[in-house]
Write a protein that binds this ligand. Sequence first.
Ligand code: FAD
Length: 396
Amino acid sequence: MASPSHLDWPFFEDRHRILAVELRQWASQHLKHDDERDLAASCRKLVRQLGDGGWLRYAVGGKSYGGLNEAIDTRSLCLMREGLAQHSGLADFAFAMQGLGSGAVSLFGDEAQKRDYLPRVARGEAVAAFALSETDAGSDAAALQCAARLGGDAYILNGEKTWISNGGVADFYVVFARTGEAPGSKGISVFIVDAGTAGFEIGERNEVMAPHPLARLTFKDCRVPAAQRIGAPGQGFKIAMATLDVFRTSVAAEATGFARCALQHALARATSRKMFNQVLSDFQLTQAKLAEMATGIDAAALLTYRAAWLRDTGHSVTTEAAMAKMTATETAQQVIDDAVQIFGALGVMKGEPVEQLYREIRPLRIYEGATEIQKLVIARGIIKAFQAAEDPGAPG
Ligand SMILES: Cc1cc2nc3c(=O)[nH]c(=O)nc-3n(C[C@H](O)[C@H](O)[C@H](O)COP(=O)(O)OP(=O)(O)OC[C@H]3O[C@@H](n4cnc5c(N)ncnc54)[C@H](O)[C@@H]3O)c2cc1C
């Protein structure tokens, strides 16, 4: 009997298994080589393709607004990202940003905002972006300085955002700005800013090692109607963290997809590369490497789908999502590095799949909360749980 695939794990329902199989078929037919010369055009095309294929319906919540489910189903989101990452990093990026960019609207938007934006996102007609980070506010997002001042029936935005995925490509940006109801994290609100709004401009492109469109955004007396604020004034930081709670787990799935892809390439190479009258996989040092890669991937996938399943079944997953993101991204980095090593010089040749994966994986340990931040989140979670337990039990 064939050994069970991860899709047989009890975290999944049949609808998830069908999704994974259908996505694999669609992706191998539709996702060709990405054009790195015109990233904006490639991204737009991918968003269209994903919309036409019906896949973006997994990225938004609410059946009345184009979503496949009433709430975003985290397991579906993760299977989508794991599957797309195995075919194309840019396709995964295009899918993920539709979800992350519109996530605050799905989770906290009012009826008019949901009706206006989500169906277009789900059809691939509007490209979304999530604008939180600033030059001096990355890990410490609550230090952000971009300001929004209420004047009549509009907010006036002034400031900058940087490293914004889909910067210059998106049709709308979910922008976090300081409204000053209280100091720090309690004085931030969030707004939907349409591309082309007067006073909103795209600054220089941020070139990154894996080809994804990123840019700096500037706001100069940019007038945004008060009706474009998502949620209550001062709730922006909470909204950002709740959105990241969903999408952080999906970054773990993305990393797992990249790692699976690297392992497949490594297996193909190790079992065919002749040396010393054998093939590379005949050597125990190589076998040890392959064993560690495969075990690491399963451990990452187990943590990822545990977090996704817990969220889908109504649990708070801040700690579990952080565990998944930290483990999956760090593991994938090691797995891909091992794959490059197995390929030898070929592994560092530009355009080789493992070389592309090597560039693709690195930023995942930084964005949506760097590994060090995930460790702080996990430690905070377990200490709080220990202190809250009625009888934590004596050690030993
Ligand atoms: C490819 C890519 C895409 C991105 N897309 C977006 C986007 O769409 N929207 C958006 O808003 N942002 C985006 N970002 C920005 C990203 O969220 C930030 O880069 C991230 O939050 C880290 O911030 P930073 O780069 O300023 O690093 P810093 O905050 O300066 O961190 C530097 C290092 O310090 C470590 N560190 C931080 N705090 C501690 C601590 N307490 N103890 C020990 N070490 C610590 C960090 O872990 C990290 O290793 C993107 C970044 C990249 C690379």
